[in-house]
Every structure is written in structure tokens, then in C-alpha cells.
Design a protein around this ligand. Structure first.
Ligand code: SF4
Length: 188
């Protein structure tokens, strides 16, 4: 067993990207809640976990109440700071990896701008030992997009890293130290 589990909590996602990673990953072993406790770190992913953000909050609380002391990370591309559950998840995890996808709508850009402001104003990444990463599809990694999402106004220190992401069809790389598992949070 590896130290880190990348946990798919739902396959649902509103983005419907062409060649979504989940179309190519094959069978992913399903696990029970108790299995999650065996890993040193958990990376919560999907699909889009924030589609069921209140369930993710419950999952995190259940993990902590069960004595889980490992780090928790979130992969998302649809986090809205206006929703209580999304804010709660943001504050509970050790960090997020947020991906801004190709051809973002004005609403997508507005969501990232609000997230950028929230991290800067509400979460002190150094005090909480956070690591928040922003990935921007290289096809829309432009000065105009960076300006719209507020990075020119606010600076970037509250992000651990901001990088362009090369979109690769048919490839869904999982780091060597991570195990991909499925925990059906919608049914648990
Ligand atoms: S955002 Fe991710 S999970 Fe959702 S459709 Fe796109 S590649 Fe798939």
C-alpha cells in the first residue's frame, strides 16, 4: 500500500471536458471508510468534489473524529467561496490544487477571482502550513486572464505556486507515491 491515496469521491463533474481523465483510468478499486484511515495523506478528487461539498465536509469531520491525523488535500476546478460548504472544505484541508480549464466563462473567471481574494484575506498560508496551487490551462494562461482573476492586483504570495498546465489527451498521470481509489461519498 502506498502512503498517499488519491480518492475519487464522485465521478460527476459539470465541466464535461473532452477526453476527461476519468475516461481513461480504467477500473479503480472501491474502498470503505475504514480503508481511508490507513493512508498518511488523502487527496480528495473527482469528478468534481465540490459538487457534493457538504458531503466532503462530513467526510473530513468523520475522518478527524475517527482519529485521522494525516494531511488532506483537495483537487477541484469548481469551488465557489459564496457557498458555506466550499469555504468549510477550504479551511479544513491543508491545501488545494485548483485548475482553471480551457475556454473559461466569465463566471469561471469570477469564481477564481473570489477564491484568490478569499485565500489572501481569510487564510494565512504560512500560519496554517498550507500549500495552495493554481493551475491554469496553458491555452488560456494569458496576461488578460491573470488580470481578470486579480493576480496583478493582489500579488501571488498567498499561492504556493501558479503554473500553466499542458493539457494532454489520453494521459492522466498519477505520482508514483499515490494510489488511486474510489470512495463512493454519494452513497456512504
Ligand atoms: S474538470 Fe476534470 S473531472 Fe471534470 S470533466 Fe474536466 S477533466 Fe474530467
Amino acid at each position: 500500500m502506498k502512503d498517499v491515496a488519491r480518492v475519487i469521491v464522485t465521478y460527476d463533474c459539470p465541466r464535461n471536458c473532452p477526453n476527461c481523465c476519468n475516461e481513461h483510468i480504467g477500473d479503480v478499486p472501491a474502498v470503505k471508510f475504514e480503508d481511508l484511515l490507513k493512508y498518511k495523506e488523502l487527496v480528495i478528487t473527482g469528478g468534481e468534489p465540490m459538487e457534493i461539498a457538504p458531503r466532503v465536509v462530513e467526510m473530513i469531520h468523520r475522518l478527524r473524529e475517527s482519529g485521522y491525523k494525516g494531511k488532506l488535500w483537495l483537487y477541484t476546478s469548481c469551488l465557489k467561496t459564496a457557498r458555506w460548504a466550499d469555504r468549510a472544505v477550504l479551511q479544513e484541508v491543508n491545501g488545494i490544487t485548483y485548475t482553471l480549464h480551457h475556454k473559461p466563462s466569465q463566471k469561471d473567471l469570477s469564481d477564481v477571482r473570489k477564491l484568490n481574494n478569499f485565500l489572501m484575506e481569510k487564510l494565512d498560508n504560512r500560519a496554517h502550513d498550507r500549500s495552495d496551487r493554481l493551475l491554469i490551462d496553458s491555452r488560456c494562461y494569458t496576461e488578460e486572464v491573470l488580470r481578470i482573476i486579480g493576480l496583478y492586483d493582489t500579488g501571488t504570495k498567498h499561492w504556493s505556486s501558479i503554473k500553466p498546465l499542458e493539457w494532454k489527451d489520453d494521459v492522466c498521470p498519477i505520482p508514483d507515491n499515490e494510489e488511486l481509489i474510489y470512495y463512493d461519498l454519494e452513497r456512504e
